[in-house]
Design a protein around this ligand. Sequence first.
Ligand code: ADP
Ligand code: MG
Length: 603
Amino acid sequence: MIASGRIKLLPPDLVQLIAAGEVVERPLSVVKELVENSLDAGARNIWVEIEGSPDAHLLVSDDGEGMSREEAVLAFERHSTSKISESEDLDRIVTFGFRGEALPSIASVARVKLTTLREGDQTGCEIELEGGKALDVRDAGRGKGTSVLVRDLFFNTPARRKFLKTVRSEMKAIAKLITAFSLTTPACAFYVVHNGRKTLTLPPAQDLRERMTTIFGERTVDSMVELLPGMSGVELRGFLGKPELSRNSAEHIYIFVNSRWIQSALLMKALKEGYRDLIPRDRYPMAVISLIVDPAQVDVNVHPSKREIRFKDERLVFETVRGCVRQSLSPHGTELPAGEHGWIGHETWIGHGGEDKFRGPGVRGHLRDGGTGENRGFPYESRPDMEAGISFVRELLTKEGGEESPKAETDREDVGLVNLWQLHGTYILGETKGGLVLIDQHAAHERILYEHAMGSFKGQDRASQQLLFPLVLDFAKDEFENFLEMSQWLKKLGFDLVVFGERTVLVRGIPSSLRRWDEGQALRDIVDFFSEDSGDEFPPEEKAARAFACCGAVNAGEVLNQQEMNWLINALFLTKVPDGDPHGRPTFIRVSLAELEKRFGRR
Ligand code: ADP
Ligand code: MG
């Protein structure tokens, strides 16, 4: 080690470990790097096989061009790459890899065995490494291609092990990543195998549309429109879900730039802006969008994970995407009226100004004021009788008053609201004996539905409402796994479901407390919400109840009438914990007369 005073040059193996941390964050990043290598090698079939936990045993195999023995040994040297050789190449990167860092980084934090046979060679070779050090290089037989087995990831960096996600969520992330890769390379087949079971099979496809059909199902793809091709400089390809396919998360949006699956706030905004006024602002479209831009116009060398990129001309890219999305969605190919605001600049983007800010998400409030009849109201059949509700609460107060803490007692005393106002389509304002109360309508309804759901899981009968026209729903492949995981809870909630086929469900009935159904979108939303709930420590029924509550509840921005507001408040105070929603947010705020008097200087 070279040392001079307090400053020392780090020993090379430590440098290696630090750099590896940037490339290899978790098992998912190993899959990403290895699959990229396989694609760069021209593979037609890629297998990802996992035994037990993805950090314990992960194998990626391909039938790509393979490597000679010398190349294979060299591949584990830092900054050895066959993909670029001079600095100008950085401006025209067309392969996934280019840093020559992945293999050495993975090898430095795991036990790795690479087996490869180059096209035309008689014998292949096998290299074993542990913690970055080569243990053995020997001849080996195999077909053309390369396999990399990665075991005991982070065995020598215990601090990293602590941050590993659960097997379930890592497997999901891997399936999602492979799905994304498969959308850029339809001709290549992908297989994910977990503990010997095929969990994802994507056979080779003719084109993007066929690949999308495998992933999302025919019915879904049939209700998508093809994206217009863009312009020279910023070419576009892909498909857009019609507005009625909108979802409650960005889960079903895939954006690629020069075949790289990327995350870009800029492109996400351009896409959402393209859908402006076609879907509510708090919803997301389904979309697969692929941009082809001159490699010199993008910088992918921003982050080691290569998922972030930078454009030289952000404005051009933004306007092209926004405009093409909008035009593709318009039925006659003419541009729909654009939003009042176009480009403001990536960092300073505000999107909306004016009144909208005060109306909560979207302009739906205005629409409903205009009497479009969009507001369906609460399902009346599931409402407790209002009068009975109020007297029940009063009874509750007199009976339980003694046992409650003094604070809770006054809370309860406040019940019995009559005159209600809705503020900004979001809050309900009511006069109480002791002052006033402000209720968050979404949070309150969530609490009510959550307790209904938990009750139905405990065996209390859940009212179900038969659909006049049973609905056939196609789920995307990964979504269907989530659906199956959840289906027992859905049935208890009152969904009448029949599964047929690999991803298709027939819905015959829905819970009568469900406020919106939207041709099955509500069910998709619930499944999405359930699978994205990161609270792995919570029992599944609680997550199911939360998903049902959040997706079934009235949204902020929805106009309610007096009757609906009264029902909501009475039902809220009939729950066990009226004070908070299932996520711990408050459902209501009280302001006492005393406080008002103080603020007005009356006292
Ligand atoms: P990079 O992909 O940035 O070049 P890597 O460390 O991922 O760096 O790989 C180093 C080199 O090893 C690659 O440039 C490529 O030549 C070779 N290589 C890696 N994986 C494969 C594979 N699956 N098939 C063929 N060659 C591979
Ligand atoms: Mg690579």
